[in-house]
Design a protein around this ligand. Sequence first.
Ligand code: AMP
Length: 427
Amino acid sequence: MERKGSILLERYELGKLLGQGNFAKVYYARDIKTGQNVAIKVIDKDKTLKAGLNEQIKREISVMKLVKHQNVLQLYEVMATKSKIYIVLEYAKGGELFNKVARGRLKEDIARWIFQQLISAMDVCHRGGVYHRDLKLENLLIDEDGGLKVSDFGLSALADSRQQDGLLHTMCGTPAYVAPEVINRRGYDGAKADIWSCGVILYVLLAGHLPFQDTNLIEMYKKITRADYRCPNWFPPEVRRLLLKILDPNPNTRITISKIMENSWFKKGLGTRPAKLPKLEIKETKLPEVKTFSEFSRPSNLNAFDIISLSSGLDLSGLFVGDDRRDDVRFTSLQPASAIVSKLEEVAANMKLKVTKKDGGFLKLVGSKGRKEEVGIDMDIFEVTPSFHVVEMKRSNGNAIDYQKLKDDMQPALKDIVWAWQGDSQQ
Ligand code: AMP
């Protein structure tokens, strides 16, 4: 147990609890030798091991070590005992930006200043091949002077974990901030997805509420895929135009970081802190027609882990809005991707189907034996966490009757790797 006043690893005097994450507690602490203020993230090894999160923590550590930027929360050192991991971090005295915005929207020049810092941090991260993938207000901390510190790289992926097609295949991030292609498509470009989240953040800072919100997760996803949002009347025209370019549902036409940096609204007062700082100026906001942030009780809390903790038989159809052909099926699996791929190959061989394409988490199965025309099935494996996957099965060619028959034969054969078929409440 960590107690206030206790000395940790003969070096840090522990202070108050600053916050709590999924598997960690964060404490304020002081380096006894240097007097430096730090934040210490204490992670329980047992809990994370059970949840299969060790890889994620290692990733967080390696990513945070990689990036050095004044707006990225710095990692000083990592220490471990038998049961705990201690991550010593730069202390962000102002805490979460979320708490500030929950009290009301920010003034335009303050919002722009935060956004400038965020874009500058992302520029450096992306150049280094690091993508955050879970950018949201709760991951933006503020230092003593109101300066931005981007934290929580827990879900970020390094460029070398990309699949052969150069796209990420992990379904993660936080629904309200997640880009449409992360929800809908096969793979996505981490940089483009981060830019979308930056757009959501800019909107939130200026509006005091989320651009895409709905009590129904599926409806929220639909709004995201259509980029269906409205700007409050106080949004300046330049901001509306910029948001239109950032919140572009098509990642190929979405604005890039370098173009954002050339934008005239973005460039205003660049590098100079607004006069009203260090105190963050909060504007009162009255929004009778939409829920404000504070009322919304952290809607963005549903992340990949919550998806797992939802009951089995979970209907994931809404996670793939826009791709809803009737003969598509999906199942969840608690097996690692490699085991899923092996099983799919084995079942395919037994059913006289050939694997004609294999690309990371994607398999194309084709078979014509005993049929008039060739049937093609695409199997797409999406990673939620390393030990939780969603597999999507689609007809790519051939007639529906042959496909249906193959599907019916395949379903029982896959039982060893299936946790739940989509819409199957019996599981
Ligand atoms: P995390 O597990 O990183 O999500 O951290 C949980 C909470 O602890 C955050 O939401 C913050 O409120 C607080 N926190 C985390 N890191 C720091 C830090 N470096 N400085 C100040 N507060 C922090």
